[in-house]
Design a protein around this ligand. Structure first.
Ligand SMILES: O=C(O)CCCC[C@@H]1SC[C@@H]2NC(=O)N[C@@H]21
Length: 292
């Protein structure tokens, strides 16, 4: 029997998909929330267990990478967050956003037939347009040790082209548009929970080697020159692949091989990734650490 999670005001329905442990053991669905990441962090601090999933039909202040907001449409988007408690430490947990992209890519392929590529670190794209974004945030205890990680995923399920804000229309697309058929939202959640659970368990045992090959096999732009940010620095570099700790290994314009631990790809030489203007952010200024 699933154990009851901590309740919160936005939760309108509680259901458990058929798992007795692990990811998806508890699924909380809310009609409307500000941010599933934000709320799941609160639930985590209050003791919610490993594998809790929080889904919102409508998200009013979704968080995106780089302090941007995240656009979603009620009924057209899937906004969910997953709470992961791991025996591995904070440094290694920074690999979870990459792992999440692998699991989500597989779930999308299984449920819709859409084969996405992974734009470092964890955006999923098809035909050069973004299908989903992932934002993982780490919560630490008073000593700075990892308490838990919340992995948030925003997936464009069935947003018509005209349903995206104008500044996103060129760069984003939904799964229903790509596949030409409706997407079974609950099927996608169940598939994701199962796949993510398996990948996290393998990663707990083996670390990065558990999924590095799967990530690399579908990574976009490896071997190509791209413009990317390395922290605050804007650089052009050739993407080499993943380093042993999960950082992105690049070769910069001076020919120096170095590793990038956080940043984003801004554009690729094929012109696949035109920069997208950020959505005005309603983010609070105090954040727990964001990995991606
Ligand atoms: O900018 C990105 O690419 C990451 C977007 C992540 C959005 C998801 S939607 C569900 C979860 N809750 C949030 O507030 N953000 C993530």
């Amino acid at each position: 029997m699933p154990t009851a999670p901590c309740q919160h005001p936005g939760a309108t329905r509680l259901s458990a998909i058929e798992r007795s442990d692990g990811i998806g053991r508890i699924v909380i669905e809310a009609d409307r929330l500000d941010s599933t990441n934000r709320r799941l962090v609160e639930l985590g601090r209050a003791g919610a267990g490993h594998g809790t999933i929080l889904i919102a039909r409508d998200q009013t202040a979704g968080r995106g990478k780089g302090e941007r907001g995240w656009f979603s449409a009620p009924d057209g988007s899937l906004c969910l967050s997953v709470l992961v408690r791991t025996g591995r430490g904070l440094r290694e947990a920074a690999q979870l956003p990459l792992l999440a992209a692998v699991a989500l890519r597989e779930a999308i392929l299984a449920e819709t037939g859409v084969a996405a590529g992974v734009k470092w670190p964890n955006d999923l794209l098809a035909g050069g347009r973004k299908i989903c974004g992932i934002l993982a945030e780490a919560a630490c205890d008073g000593d700075g040790d990892l308490d838990f990680v919340v992995i948030g995923m925003g997936i464009n399920l069935a947003i018509p082209e005209a349903g995206f804000p104008e500044n996103l229309r060129q760069g984003a697309v939904s799964l229903a548009t790509l596949s030409g058929r409706p997407v079974d939202r609950d099927g996608l959640v169940a598939s994701l929970a199962m796949l993510l659970d398996g990948w996290v368990k393998r990663w707990e045992g083996q670390g990065l080697p558990a999924f590095a090959e799967a990530w690399t096999a579908h990574a976009l732009h490896l071997g190509h020159v791209v413009r990317l940010t390395d922290g605050d620095e804007d650089i052009c570099a050739t993407l080499i692949g993943l380093a042993a700790d999960g950082a992105l290994r690049i070769c910069d314009a001076a020919g120096t091989v170095r590793d990038v631990h956080s940043g984003e790809i801004q554009s690729g030489e094929t012109g696949l990734f035109p920069p997208v203007a950020p959505i005005p952010s309603q983010l609070p200024k105090t954040r727990i650490g964001a990995f991606s």
